[in-house]
Design a protein around this ligand. Structure first.
Ligand code: FES
Length: 141
């Protein structure tokens, strides 16, 4: 957790999420999943369980930095209860706003997070329509 103590006073909400992430860890029951490695080399993974078109459960893991933990946590909070279409439309800016910002050097972590959520939603939609499989991929964010 690099510089967490020094940054805590500036990024209070983000450091709270990084210290105590919501919805961390794989879902035992899910119908959408994605894993994306960003250009920084960090990987994020999302699981969604969609029921009646809405995100009933959502979770994530990351091997990345503390802002990626904060971003993943906040992304799950924002996605929870939304329709799949609404969850797919969550953007980096939504996560940054909800976290009250991240250091400039780590704003991309929020994009990796929303991109991975979107890919998990797409995996759900593909499986729903043609039984497609999960995604493991590297993506430019
Ligand atoms: Fe790679 Fe944060 S630096 S996800």
């Amino acid at each position: 957790m690099e510089d967490l103590v020094n940054l805590e006073q500036f990024y209070l909400k983000a450091t709270r999420h990084a210290n105590d992430p919501h919805n961390l860890g794989p879902l035992a029951v899910f119908n959408g999943h994605a894993k994306i490695t960003g250009p920084c080399g960090d990987t994020m993974e999302f699981w969604v369980h969609v029921q009646d078109g809405r995100i009933a459960r959502v979770s994530f893991v990351t091997d990345g930095c503390w802002p990626s933990l904060a971003s993943g946590s906040m992304t799950t909070c924002l996605a929870d209860g939304k329709t799949v279409e609404e969850a797919r439309e969550l953007l980096q800016e939504d996560v940054l706003e909800a976290l009250d910002g991240l250091p400039d050097s780590h704003k991309h972590c929020a994009m990796l997070s929303t991109n991975t959520l979107r890919a998990a939603c797409d995996d759900y939609l593909e499986k729903k329509h043609d039984g497609g499989g999960k995604r493991d991929r590297k993506e430019n964010v």
